[in-house]
Write a protein that binds this ligand. Structure first.
Ligand SMILES: [Fe+2]
Ligand SMILES: [Fe+2]
Length: 328
């Protein structure tokens, strides 16, 4: 069983119980990069040519990304690492936590290089309501994972574990971050900020593995604990994702109040809905929005995963899985 709370369990790596986690660890190590490999100052001339609305959008992105990279680490440290027993998962989580630290440092490098007011950027995640609201949504799920009343051996405790995973991995990393990456990379589509674009490419490459790890972890927890995937719980998870889309719409409006060349809040929100549909399908739900992808050029950035089927027809697929995997 992948869930547990014994600190002395899961101390030996071989034999590996969850090969997907071990594979992701090796892929993550192969992807290792450092922000100073990018010559960000070569983008300064582009930055000087950009409009105030474009500067605002970029600052808004940095204001959100910087603290939230570190918030993901809190979700992992308080909500995932203590409750997972497999050594290969701990290897991966340790690498992911370094990557989130590295992303934070990459965005610090952006703040240092471009003439962005750091104090103003730092204040926004508290003072801009749409940004603070997204953060508060995440914090509530992380906080639950730290409470003494949480018992990971119970159905309720396992559901809390999955809720936190859906909040930080599916919604924050899998929808909110990707919509931000799309806006960040859109500058390069117009031949602006090419080096910044390369930095974002590397962050996206890491994030696509984070998403795979989180999805596999949810799948494994549900496979090993089919009793937690009740109809009510499925509705709740679905509603969390829909709420995440609503919060992102307000945030994107604040990022692009008047729109910039080739992009406005509606365009970004169509991409958010497209992403949310993919995440819903990856979790075995029907799509909610049936939105087509306005940013097809993002497909190369790995924004979707192969489909897995849980929550969908839980009764049958879990029985099939249980038989297929034998003596669990
Ligand atoms: Fe990150
Ligand atoms: Fe991440």
């Amino acid at each position: 069983m992948i869930l547990g709370s014994g600190i002395q369990e899961g101390l030996l790596l071989k034999p590996v119980t969850y090969p997907w986690a071990y594979d992701l660890y090796n892929q993550a190590v192969a992807n290792t990069w450092f922000p100073n490999e990018i010559q960000l100052d070569e983008d300064l001339a582009d930055f000087a040519r950009m409009t105030p609305d474009e500067h605002h959008a970029l600052t808004h992105l940095m204001s959100y990304f910087n603290p939230n990279e570190l918030l993901v680490n809190k979700a992992l440290a308080f909500g995932v690492y203590p409750y997972v027993n497999a050594a290969e998962c701990h290897l991966y989580l340790a690498k992911q936590m370094w990557e989130e630290a590295n992303h934070c440092m990459a965005f610090e490098y952006v703040l240092e290089t471009f003439p962005i007011d750091r104090d103003e950027a730092y204040r926004s995640h508290v003072h801009v309501h749409s940004m603070a609201r997204k953060e508060a949504f995440e914090v509530a799920f992380i906080r639950r994972m730290t409470e003494q009343t949480l018992d990971i051996t119970t159905v309720a405790g396992k559901q809390d574990f999955v809720r936190n995973l859906v909040a930080y991995n599916i919604i924050l990393e899998g929808i909110w971050f990707y919509s931000g990456f799309m806006v960040a990379l859109s500058f390069r589509q117009r031949n602006l900020l090419r080096n910044f674009g390369s930095l974002i490419d590397w962050v996206v490459r890491d994030e696509s593995l984070h998403l795979k790890f989180g999805m596999n972890l949810i799948l494994t927890v549900l496979e090993e604990n089919p009793e937690i995937a009740t109809d009510e719980f499925a509705v709740e998870i679905h509603d969390m994702i829909v709420t995440g889309v609503e919060m992102e719409a307000q945030y994107n409006h604040d990022m692009l109040p008047r729109g910039i060349l080739g992009m406005n809040a509606d365009y970004v929100n169509d991409y958010v809905k497209y992403l949310a549909d993919r995440r819903l399908e990856e979790l075995g739900f029907e799509p909610e929005y049936h939105a087509s992808n306005p940013a097809k050029w993002m497909a190369t950035a790995n924004d979707t995963l192969q489909l897995v089927n849980f929550f969908e027809a839980t009764n049958t697929s879990y029985e099939v899985n249980a038989h297929a995997t034998g003596n669990r």
